[in-house]
Design a protein around this ligand. Structure first.
Ligand code: FEO
Length: 392
């Protein structure tokens, strides 16, 4: 459990959560890390904590560098417990260390841990001299909670960005020039789609502020640290935050007796005819967080469900709830499904798509098992609608 020196006197001392697979609904198939950092200067600073069960791991890493009891400041960039869970144990070791956090951070920490800790509350533009270095603080509310802030060290040109620019990857490698770049970007994209997506406005503000900084390294609180591919990362964040949907389709469905699935493939044929790339996502085989990752830049979102007991299938309900929370904007939706007698599922999906603010394509709703002619009619209908859109 050794620390990793990022720059002279600046260390990664975080915890690696190799086995984590469920981050409140997000499939973290590569595990994750909770990154914390130690800056050795006249004052010793710990930036962020780790999840409670990795406290000993963090302490072991810090102990390779210094007695943890010598820490003077704890910068708590974010309240969420994956980054603050070890704070109560840490404070037992350093009762006199000052916690530096945002106004909402102090409020949130009090409401989590119910302790009488003293806080140094900072706002954007505040700085702290720690000897030969300075730290500057920038509040970044809603990236990811109201309390979030980032810490910048101009002397080292490191941005400690907390949740922003993270990825859920557990690895022995710490830097983006040590780990397969395509996998880092895949996980960064999944992270954005499943955590950051609803906060495009605050992300754009944070990107504008970050553009003013001279950055050589971005040290997020999850996953790999960025030092080689920062321009590529920034370009992707700008694109994702701009919410640019490409001419692509995704068909997400669950099916009881394959009738809804037949309809799904008939819809796919319509997109195929128009040369629009389309991805099929049976909810029995695809995790909702992976589907959201595809949805990040997909224009056409078609959702199908059979009707079960006057309702949509539970898998489809779960996906719709998840998607509504993440609130992708400016998409075109389509509802479809088969039914036996009630047939409520398609209308219920349309309500959800409307609540997302999507424009709607014509719905498709068929009783029992579709005929070949009915399926051809669906394909033709999709083609005609796409033709009409081209003419607009
Ligand atoms: Fe990684 Fe919002 O916590």
């Amino acid at each position: 459990m050794k620390p990793v020196e990022m720059k002279d006197g600046v260390w990664w001392v975080g915890g690696i959560d190799w086995d984590l697979r469920n981050f409140h609904g997000y499939l973290t198939q590569r595990g994750t890390t909770y990154n914390s950092f130690l800056i050795m200067d006249e004052k010793i600073v710990l930036i962020d904590n780790v999840k409670h069960y990795l406290f000993e791991e963090m302490i072991e890493r810090i102990s390779h560098i210094i007695n943890p009891a010598k820490i003077d400041y704890i910068v708590q960039n974010h309240v969420e417990m994956d980054h603050s869970g070890s704070l109560p144990e840490m404070k037992k070791i350093v009762p006199n260390a000052t916690i530096i956090t945002s106004p909402k951070g102090a409020e949130g920490l009090e409401k989590h841990y119910h302790s009488d800790w003293d806080y140094k509350v900072v706002k954007s533009g505040d700085t702290l001299n720690i000897g030969t270095r300075n730290l500057a603080f920038l509040l970044t509310p809603m990236v990811h909670w109201p309390d979030n802030m980032v810490t910048y060290c101009p002397d080292e040109k490191i941005l400690f960005s907390n949740d922003a620019f993270g990825q859920h990857i557990a690895s022995s490698e710490r830097f983006d020039d040590e780990y397969p770049f395509n996998l880092i970007m895949e996980e960064a994209r999944k992270y954005y789609a499943n955590i950051v997506l609803p906060y495009a406005g605050p992300v754009n503000k944070a990107l504008t502020a970050a553009a003013e900084l001279d950055i050589e390294m971005i040290a997020p609180s999850h996953g790999i640290l960025w030092r080689k591919h920062i321009p590529e990362l920034m370009a992707k964040y700008h694109k994702w935050a701009a919410n640019i949907a490409e001419e692509k389709a995704i068909i997400i469905y669950d099916t009881m007796w394959k009738s809804t699935e037949k309809m799904a493939y008939a819809i796919k044929s319509g997109f195929d005819e128009k040369g629009i790339p389309v991805k099929m996502c049976n909810l029995q085989a695809n995790h909702i967080s992976d589907i959201m990752t595809d949805l990040i830049d997909t224009k056409y979102i078609c959702i199908g469900s059979s009707t079960l007991n006057n309702n949509i299938l539970p898998t489809v309900a779960a996906f719709l709830t998840y998607m509504m929370g993440l609130a992708p904007k400016g998409r075109i939706g389509m509802a479809f499904g088969s039914y036996g007698w009630g047939g409520q599922s398609v209308g219920q999906i349309e309500v959800a798509l409307t609540n997302c603010g999507f424009d709607l394509m014509k719905q498709h709703r068929l009783q029992y098992v579709p005929t070949k002619e009915q399926l051809q009619h669906i394909t033709q209908s999709v083609i005609e609608e796409l033709n009409n859109q081209e003419e607009k």
